[in-house]
Design a protein. Structure first.
Length: 255
């Protein structure tokens, strides 16, 4: 999954749920496919369809600026159908795909829901002290009630962290919804002591340890990292577990 990870010595901290900074991400989506994303993704829409996406993102931006966060989410989601719409999204109509997590697929693999069997076993419940409460029954309802949260900015929370903690932001290269173009747009919008150095920094290739296999791309300033994981979609650890594990480990132990 496109991730924001604070790499601390013995502590994990999670910022409030948000789609990064909604304004920066929506601007990136306005240039969806043709201008700002990897070449293999360029064929998903044509220029006429891209213009329609831009119109939806302009409406989303205007609603965000008015503080109408639920309406902004709904304008954004009309493109993706991230929460079931009851009818095909623009993405599905244009691509024939119902999988918005990886543009190399057209359907979500069954393995993505296999974890449900594990977390509802008696052994797992004992291990996490969950009692008899079943997992997974309210996921859709929770998501639905968090719609407005997706459009709130976490930039004011993130910016001071960049100067005080080791931070890793990663995106899957073939994630249609929150791919590398959105991570790049968001990071470029943040104000911190390393902003200028960040704008001037070059992105480099990183390889899977001990091989010539390209694992992805990385941009680093001080202890702040922006990583693209090659071959991964929205659920990065599911698509490329070894690569994302390597990325987290290397960033965590880097002096």
């Amino acid at each position: 999954m496109a991730g924001v990870t604070l790499l601390l010595k013995c502590q994990r901290t999670r910022p409030p749920c948000s789609m990064y900074d909604a304004r920066a991400v929506v601007r990136a989506h306005s240039s969806l496919i043709h201008c700002m994303v990897p070449t293999p993704q360029q064929g998903l829409v044509d220029y006429q369809q891209q213009s329609i996406v831009s119109q939806h993102m302009d409406i989303t931006m205007e609603l965000v600026s008015q503080g109408k966060y639920v309406e902004a989410y709904e304008a954004w989601d009309a493109v993706w159908g991230d929460y079931p719409l009851g009818y095909p999204s623009l993405f599905t109509n244009w691509t024939g795909s119902t999988d918005t997590t990886n543009f190399l697929r057209t359907e979500t693999p069954a393995s993505y829901v296999a974890w449900g069997s594990l977390v509802n076993t008696a052994a797992f419940h004992r291990g996490v002290h969950a009692g008899a409460q079943p997992f997974g029954v309210n996921g859709g309802l929770v998501y639905y009630n968090m719609r407005s949260d997706f459009m709130h900015s976490i930039s004011p929370v993130m910016e001071p962290l960049l100067d005080n903690y080791k931070v890793l932001v990663y995106n899957g290269q073939v994630d249609p919804i929150l791919g590398p173009h959105t991570g790049e747009a968001w990071m470029a919008s943040l104000a911190w002591s390393g902003s200028k150095a960040w704008r001037d920094a070059a992105r480099t290739v990183w390889h899977v340890a001990g091989t010539s296999d390209v694992g992805g791309f990385v941009k680093c300033v001080g202890s702040v990292y922006l990583v693209v994981v090659r071959g991964a979609g929205h659920f990065v650890p599911a698509d490329q577990p070894a690569r994302v594990c390597m990325v987290c480990w290397c960033c965590a132990v880097r002096v």
